[in-house]
Design a protein around this ligand. Structure first.
Ligand code: PAF
Length: 284
């Protein structure tokens, strides 16, 4: 497995592979890899001849009061995990390699980014779209793999690829959870013991929401209220949002029908965690 830090090195290697007729799978990450990332890499390995992973904590997608400086980093452990899965190349650039002096171009989106995480993180998706576009231009993959845990990000990337005619297949992969239900996230590492226990309120509330939908609840407000009430039982939890939106447009809906995303962001202490479930409903 190669670890490279320059755009030129990635391009040279990818060109060589393409000359040999090999397909490229790409897993963009911010590092501090866990089983969620590993599942994306395994899927990429299964579906493509060569797998490239990027590890880059992208400053552009963090707001001023967010956790850019404290975001966990461990390149050695990340490299070990990638190697064990059979990743062929890690791209690990410095900030200056990605954002040269004078950088002033952005990829932004009008729709899909107003609700959910876009509300409390107004510049986040501009940063994500810009860096993912750059990474796509550098790696030129056939397929790119994203986790469903960041459901809004996945919808945004799908829309961007469609709108900008990028010739890349976006593959969404299921949420990977700890044994007790907590969705895997690099940010789980911020939680102390007490907070780690309290964080279970997210997955428990997801289970409650799924059950209510199974039992026939179709009114979005009733569903959100019940889920919020459940989260309120946990004293360490502070709700950022619980929302029901259309999966395609990420706009709020009143009645559950079609492809629906039920998503939440909850602070446990200072740590902001997200979780969600998707339902496909045919209402007769
Ligand atoms: O999901 C992430 O880790 C990041 O948002 C991504 C897609 C790597 C872009 O920086």
């Amino acid at each position: 497995m190669q670890i490279v830090s320059t755009i030129k090195e990635v391009r040279t290697q990818v060109k060589e592979w393409k000359k040999q007729g090999l397909t490229i799978g790409f897993v963009p990450t911010m590092g501090y890899l866990h089983e969620g990332h590993a599942s994306l890499m395994h899927r990429a390995k299964k579906e493509c001849d060569k797998v490239v992973a990027s590890i880059f904590v992208n400053p552009m997608q963090f707001g001023v009061n967010e956790d850019l400086d404290s975001y966990p980093r461990d390149l050695q452990a990340d490299a070990k995990l990638c190697e064990s899965i059979g990743v062929d190349l890690i791209f690990h650039p410095e900030v200056e390699e990605m954002y040269e002096q004078g950088f002033c171009s952005f990829v932004d989106m009008n729709g899909l980014t107003k609700e959910l995480c876009g509300k409390s993180r107004p510049i986040h998706f501009r940063g994500v779209c810009t860096v993912v576009s750059k990474l796509f231009n550098i790696v030129t993959p056939d397929k790119a793999f994203f986790g469903q845990k960041d459901a809004q990000q996945l919808a945004v990337i799908r829309r961007m690829v469609k709108d900008l005619n990028m010739d890349i297949e976006i593959v969404g992969c299921p949420i990977i959870r700890e044994e007790d239900g907590l969705a895997k996230s690099s940010r789980n590492t911020y939680l102390n013991e007490e907070e780690r226990k309290a964080a279970l309120i997210l997955s428990q509330t997801i289970c409650l929401g799924e059950r209510l939908v199974r039992d026939g609840v179709r009114d979005a407000k009733a569903l959100v209220d019940a889920m919020k009430e459940n989260i309120a039982r946990e004293p360490l939890a502070k709700i950022d949002y619980v929302e029901v939106v259309s999966m395609d447009t990420i706009e709020k809906i009143e009645l559950l029908e079609g492809a629906v995303l039920v998503a939440m962001a909850v602070y446990i202490g200072k740590t902001r965690l997200i979780d969600n479930f998707i339902v496909e409903l045919v209402n007769l």
